[in-house]
Structures are given as structure tokens and as C-alpha cells.
Design a protein around this ligand. Structure first.
Ligand code: GRF
Length: 194
């Protein structure tokens, strides 16, 4: 069993599939004296990604879960969550959808960050779609996770202006900076209420 290092802090796992910039911002937040979480575990379905390299370098326990069979993969994840006494999950660019089975077995809070102003543009290619539709703003949303994709209650939403000159890449880059800023704020907000 993992020990709770910070007193009164909730043991948290971050689920990733890639770059891990939100993982980094959650990690930096977890290191602050007044943060509400210990970052005990990183789960990734990919091994050779920046997020995993960051986690290992910073000595965060990291488990790579290959998804040949969803339920088998989730059983393994649930095992590690229990083993590490995880009471809170942050999804951060995790490209797998959690099943009914998972929600039945993990009863604590799960949150996610999505690069659009939900309920607009659920799913992928959010920046392309916002630009194509000539929206003036896009942004990002931290929200509770329910079984339906990108559909839980929002915790924080932040608008980001779309410029005429924007490409999906330039917009993604600007939104990502905001994502990295608001994810820890959202965590703090929901865990301060407890
Ligand atoms: C972010 O844009 C997040 O909103 C989306 O996936 C991306 C992950 O980026 N769900 P990173 O791996 O945290 O850098």
C-alpha cells in the first residue's frame, strides 16, 4: 500500500497517452505545500511517449497498460489503483474511453480536460472544427467524467480568442497554455469543497 505523504492530501493517478504537458502541470501543483493531492501513479497506454519519460524522470510510479482487450486492461488498471490507494483520477490526454465496468469499480471522482468549450466539439479535431465554423472563440474545459464521452458537469471553462490567422496548430498551442494553467485550479476547486 502506498503511504499518503502529504497529510490530508488525496492520492491521485493521472492517465495519459502522450506528451504529458497537463501531467507536468498537475505534478508541479502536487508539489506545492497547499496542494490537495499526492501524485502517486501515472497510467499510460503508450510506453514511448514524453509523458512517461517525464514521470519516470521524476520518480512517479508509472504503469504502462497495453490495450489488447479493454476489460483486461481496465482490470489491471483497477488493480494498480487499489494497490496505490488512489482516490482521485485526472485524465490528461488519455485516448481510451473508460467502460461501464470501470465506472462500476472505481467509485471516486474522475475528471478530464478537453480542448474546447464543452458541450461544443466533443471528441477529436476540436481546433479544426472551431476554425472551420468561423467561431470567434474556442477554449478548454475541465469537467467531471461520466461514461458518455466529454459529457460530465463542467468545473472550469476558459475562452481563448480565435484569430483570422490561426491554424489548428497555432490555436492548439495557445489553448494548451491555458489548459496547463486551469487544470490545477480545477483540482483545487473541487477538492477544497470536501
Ligand atoms: C490536451 O489538449 C487535452 O485537452 C486533450 O489532449 C491533450 C493532451 O495534451 N484531452 P498533453 O498530453 O497533456 O500535453
Amino acid at each position: 500500500m502506498a503511504k499518503s505523504i502529504g497529510k490530508n492530501k488525496l492520492n491521485c493517478a493521472v492517465f495519459i497517452s502522450g506528451r504529458g504537458s497537463n501531467l507536468k502541470s498537475i505534478y508541479n501543483y502536487s508539489k506545492k505545500k497547499n496542494s490537495k493531492i499526492n501524485l502517486n501513479l501515472v497510467i499510460s497506454n503508450k510506453s514511448n511517449v514524453e509523458g512517461v519519460r517525464f514521470a519516470k524522470k521524476n520518480k512517479i510510479r508509472t504503469k504502462i497498460i497495453k490495450y489488447k482487450d479493454k476489460i483486461e486492461a481496465e482490470k489491471k488498471i483497477l488493480f494498480y489503483l487499489k494497490e496505490n490507494n488512489i482516490k482521485f483520477i485526472c485524465l490528461a490526454g488519455f485516448m481510451k474511453i473508460l467502460s461501464k465496468y470501470f465506472f462500476r469499480h472505481f467509485k471516486y471522482k474522475i475528471i478530464n480536460i478537453h480542448p474546447s468549450l464543452l458541450p461544443k466539439y466533443k471528441g477529436i479535431n476540436t481546433h479544426e472544427r472551431a476554425i472551420q465554423n468561423k467561431d470567434q472563440y474556442s477554449g478548454c474545459t475541465v469537467h467531471f467524467v461520466r461514461q458518455q464521452l466529454d459529457s460530465g458537469k463542467p468545473i472550469i471553462k476558459k475562452k481563448v480568442k480565435i484569430f483570422n490567422s490561426d491554424t489548428p496548430e497555432s490555436l492548439a498551442k495557445r489553448i494548451l497554455k491555458v489548459e496547463n494553467r486551469i487544470y490545477p485550479i480545477a483540482i483545487n476547486k473541487i477538492l477544497s469543497k470536501n
